[in-house]
Design a protein around this ligand. Structure first.
Ligand code: FES
Length: 613
């Protein structure tokens, strides 16, 4: 469009409208732009009518005064989003509707009505809630980011945004719960570790975008109905649990889902439902490399955030996963040269008596260096025996799970980078499974079924022993401290130095040393957590890296709480493991970060194209 824009200064209030210019001038120029009360407005004269629109293109902020008009359609010259000049409605769903302003022409003067802030706020909240839904349907990350930022400023809580993602993800993916919802839940868990408010929103953006990505192009999911007359159903919970496990055993997802939804609709206690699911998730060994139990644990964590009213929709979304899962009994590595499955089955037969002896034990169980060495060793029978001995000595299930999870973390902390790159994930799967088992035990502290999973972790970790040949030495506990913790600028420097390290590839050992340096300085631990979250969120999403960090934070806290290992700092080793994993998977292209930053700058009212007026 030709002609220079005219900035008006003659703003007055008349009938709560603002004087922005004269009709004569608008007719002569065809358009002009004006800034009034903080609003950039563009006015057009088209076929005898005056139109006023927000001058910032809702896509990326390009001035619409530089756009083109034809046949009542305004086209932004930047990425060619098209708008109805009258209503502001956008024909391109990846952009957004542009706000329009009511216009009055009185005695040749043009007045524009600016809506009161509170009226606009109501409108914005409803609009952006709808936009968030549209963005997930269309899988457009920029709109997800913009909606998250706007809704946050409209005081929509992160748990409400999380709920929206949960509703969407459990409905619009036929396969049910998947990677997207797991990332979303991990992000909700990680966000509180950040000291950077922008990162907390970035976490939600990543989570919701992951759900949109995971559902993109997928058919929706329809839940089955409960059994008839559910309140008085003759099927008691024991029967429903038995049927559920049987249907999973024969891979009948529909039958299993009907049992599950019947139990939930009948108002059975949350722990009873958890017991149904976790029992079936451990009826076979290490289902789908731990994903079944891990996803189940995450689904329960999601319900902890949003409330049990979503239990039917959330928990039934897991059932297909159960029915289709690969069972490690079917894998040769679990059968040959050592028949691990038979070893574990024999052990399961002994467990009732073992647990009885454990109850009589007067000791307070503690793990020892020997316990850890055996768990990392190459003798599966010895590993089973030390777990049994620990139970007999009074180890609680959560303690045993924590020490086995610690051993799984050590595989990663001592993983040589000469291994095949994909083997990072082999070690990761065991650790994240271990974390899920340990967390699930909080719900069911004495579940015999979940106890079996602790032995599965230990066996999976045994099978991973080749990943520590040779084993990398842990960084020295007395690495150079991070100095001057009281100085804010030094904290910033430490953060920058660490992030700089992760800007380069293969800084696995260097990054781990820096972490030990952080940990050697009292008070730096929380700062370190925030930095690690920031380092994760600035990268493109990697499902496994997200899982790793989230599980590491959990297990570090568990080891600090349980105090089951004297003489070493197991929590530090878990953080070393997660830092090494993160460093092995950075840097990425950071395209998703760029998208969020564009949205952030637009949200702050910044112009992406300052030089263009
Ligand atoms: S279409 Fe207007 S800025 Fe992209």
């Amino acid at each position: 469009m030709d002609g220079e824009p005219l900035i008006r200064c003659m703003v007055q209030e008349a009938n709560r409208s603002l004087l922005v210019g004269t009709l004569e001038e608008l007719k002569r120029k065809g358009y002009f732009s004006v800034t009034v009360q903080g609003h950039d407005i563009v006015l057009f004269y088209q076929e005898g009518e005056v139109y006023a629109l927000d001058n910032r293109c809702p896509h990326m902020g390009f001035p619409l005064s530089r756009g083109s008009t034809k046949d009542g359609i305004l086209t932004c010259d930047w990425h060619h989003a098209r708008f109805d000049i009258k209503t502001g409605g956008c024909f391109d769903l990846w952009a957004d509707d542009v706000p329009v302003f009511a216009v009055n022409v009185i005695d040749g003067n043009i007045f524009v009505r600016i809506e009161q802030a509170n009226k606009r706020k109501e409108h914005l909240r409803a609009h952006h809630l709808q936009r968030l839904n549209d963005a997930m349907e269309q899988n457009i990350a920029l709109i997800v980011a913009k909606s998250v930022l706007t809704l946050d400023s409209q005081e929509v809580s992160s748990s409400d945004l999380f709920r929206k993602g949960l509703e969407y993800g459990t409905r619009y993916r036929q396969e049910g719960w998947g990677v997207g919802l797991t990332i979303l839940t991990c992000m909700m868990n990680l966000a509180p570790f950040s000291r950077i408010s922008e990162d907390r929103l970035r976490a939600i953006y990543h989570g919701l975008s992951a759900v949109a990505d995971d559902c993109s192009g997928q058919p929706p999911r329809f839940t089955v109905s409960p059994l008839p007359d559910v309140q008085s159903t003759s099927a008691d919970v024991g029967t429903l649990k038995r049927w559920f496990r049987h249907f999973i055993e024969v891979r009948d997802a529909d039958g299993a889902e009907r049992c599950l939804i019947t139990a939930i609709r009948a108002g059975k206690d949350q722990n009873i439902i958890a017991d149904m699911l976790f029992s079936a998730a451990t009826d076979h060994r290490y289902l789908d490399s731990g994903h079944v139990l891990d996803f189940t644990n995450k689904a329960f964590e999601a319900l902890d955030i949003v409330g049990w009213d979503m239990a039917e929709q959330v928990l039934t979304s897991l059932v297909t996963l159960y029915a289709k899962a690969t069972r490690m009994e079917e894998r040769s590595s679990w059968r040959h040269p050592v028949d691990i499955v038979t070893l574990l089955n024999d052990c399961s037969d002994k467990l009732p008596a073992v647990l009885e002896r454990g109850k009589q034990s007067q000791k307070t169980w503690k793990a020892s260096k020997k316990t850890v060495d055996v768990l990392l060793g190459d003798n599966p029978a010895a590993i089973v025996n030390i777990l049994i001995e620990s139970l007999q000595d009074g180890a609680k299930h959560e303690e045993l799970a924590a020490i086995v999870a610690y051993a799984a973390a050590l595989r990663i902390a001592q993983f040589p980078i000469t291994n095949e790159y994909s083997d990072w994930n082999t070690a990761l799967h065991t650790f994240t499974f271990a974390n899920a088992v340990q967390q699930a035990i909080h719900r069911l502290p004495s579940s015999k079924e979940l106890l079996r999973a602790i032995f599965d972790i230990a066996m999976s970790n045994y099978l991973n022993r080749f990943l520590n040949v040779p084993s990398v030495a842990l960084p020295y506990d007395k690495e150079e401290p991070i100095n001057n913790k009281n100085s804010e600028s030094n904290q910033g420097n430490n953060m920058n130095r660490f992030l700089d390290t992760l800007d380069k590839r293969h800084q696995v050992n260097e990054a781990a040393k820096m972490v030990v340096g952080f940990l050697s300085t009292q008070g730096e631990e929380e700062e370190l957590s925030s930095i690690l979250v920031h380092a994760l969120l600035r990268e493109d999403r990697s499902f496994h890296t997200i899982q790793m960090l989230e599980a590491a934070f959990r297990q570090k806290a568990e080891l600090q709480r349980l105090q089951i290992l004297d003489g070493v700092k197991p929590g530090s080793h878990v953080l070393i493991a997660t830092t090494r994993y993160l460093a092995a998977h950075t840097p990425t292209a950071r395209a998703q970060r760029q998208t969020f930053e564009i949205a952030w700058r637009l949200h702050q009212g910044g112009k992406l194209y300052e030089e263009i007026s």
